[in-house]
Design a protein around this ligand. Structure first.
Ligand SMILES: Cc1ncc(COP(=O)(O)O)c(C=O)c1O
Length: 400
């Protein structure tokens, strides 16, 4: 039987901003199985082959099956500094040394840490540019930090920064400590112009950090001039670049996020994190994933995803009931408008199609109609050829 302590009242002791939180909801809360095209994971799987290529009679490569042999010593805490993974990242991402790298439990941990480091609850603010990734706001709310919004230029699905407006807000508003920019954007699939990011980084009215979330950076075409900004971290002490193994490396399940910045910022992040935040299991998989061979695997899977992306776009355009394709081609998903029977953009229809795909056909996509500039939109992760074929068929049927 519960013991009733009359002086205990849960609601009266919880921080008011926490009490006011609404649980973060995503499509996976409602639908968790079937063809999962809702969370921009890597539909082609992990970059780690099931068997080492040696077992296939070829040259040796690091694989999942070789890993299982190393899953021992779990009675010991993992390396608090994860030096081995950082050394591989230094090579791969061309970072000067490991002091420029922080590892977190997904980028989501990095977002929370950066807010906790720079923002005083109830006083400081972050600036975001909707439509954008939802966790910047969720973490700000958890930390009782205000959110200032300067929408992207959504006209014609451009989804670029309104730089002048951002500069104006920075000048007028006190206590903005962090600007979160997502490039390539989620849900926009568009890489932001480096020119506009440079203007913000160099603005003399701004005394805060600029975070560039590059979760989808490996999907950007090599010739695109707005690819990774890691190369700028030695130049700008106020720049933090976030990356993750959740997308191009197909390892969302291990939760490994990366922040790259000036060592002074990285030191603050290390001082703030829990001592052993990266588990030994995650660490082994991440280290293996970053071998030369597996980076080549990642690049080859990325090419397949890019090619499926192109095919998916060209087929989806021809389905009646599909409006414009918004945003760019810089990530592993597409953003498409759904029209009603009168050819008007329709949130209701988009939501019904989302539900019908999930409930009748086991295909889970993400409804994004309530985001700024995304009216009537579904965001669809590029699947395998088979998954895309089923998606196109069922989407045509739903819209017929
Ligand atoms: C833009 C963006 N940043 C970060 C994340 C989360 O990354 P992680 O899995 O490393 O926490 C996502 C996941 O969808 C994302 O879309």
């Amino acid at each position: 039987m519960a013991i009733n302590n009359k002086s205990f009242s849960l609601e009266s002791i919880v921080r008011p901003n926490i009490l006011a939180l609404k649980p973060y909801r995503c499509a996976r809360d409602d639908y968790s199985s079937g063809i999962l095209l809702d969370a921009n994971e890597n539909s082609f799987g992990m970059v780690l082959p099931d068997k080492s290529s040696k077992e296939n009679g070829e040259q040796e490569g690091e694989s999942l099956s070789s890993l299982t042999l190393k899953i021992e010593n779990l009675n010991r805490y993992p390396d608090p500094n994860q030096v081995n993974i950082k050394e591989r990242l230094v090579e791969f991402r061309k970072v000067p040394n490991i002091n420029y790298i922080f590892l977190g439990v997904g980028s989501d941990e990095c977002i929370d840490l950066i807010i906790r480091i720079f923002c005083i609850p109830g006083k400081d603010k972050i600036l975001i540019t909707p439509p954008t990734y939802g966790m910047y706001s969720v973490c700000a709310n958890i930390n009782d930090v205000n959110i200032i919004k300067v929408n992207l230029d959504v006209e014609d699905g451009k989804f670029q920064l309104k730089t002048d407006e951002i500069l104006k807000v920075i000048k007028e508003q006190e206590n903005i400590k962090i600007i979160f920019l997502c490039s390539p954007g989620n849900p926009t699939g568009t890489a932001l112009s480096h020119e506009s990011i440079k203007i913000i980084l160099e603005d003399e009215n701004y005394n805060g950090v600029v975070v560039i979330d590059e979760a989808y950076i490996d999907f950007v075409e090599e010739k695109n001039k707005n690819s990774s900004l890691v190369k700028w971290v030695t130049k700008y002490p106020n720049l933090i670049v976030m990356q993750t193994l959740s997308k191009s490396f197909g390892l969302a399940g291990i939760r490994l996020g990366i922040s790259i910045a000036n060592p002074n910022i990285i030191q603050l992040m290390n001082n703030t994190k829990a001592p052993y935040n990266i588990s030994a299991l995650t660490s082994q998989v991440a280290y293996t994933a970053l071998s030369e061979q597996n980076i080549l695997n990642m690049k080859s899977i990325k090419q397949q995803i890019r090619s499926e992306h192109t095919k998916l776009l060209s087929s989806i355009k021809n389905i009646s009931g599909i409006g414009k394709i918004l945003g760019g081609n810089d990530a592993n998903f597409i953003l498409v408008q759904i029209l009603d029977k009168n050819e008007n953009i329709s949130n209701d229809r988009a939501y019904n199609v989302y539900k019908e795909l999930a409930e009748n056909h086991g295909i889970v996509v993400r409804y994004r109609g309530n985001e700024i500039g995304c009216e009537g939109c579904l965001r669809i992760t590029v699947g395998t050829p088979k998954e895309n074929e089923i998606l196109l068929k069922k989407l045509s049927e739903s819209l017929a």
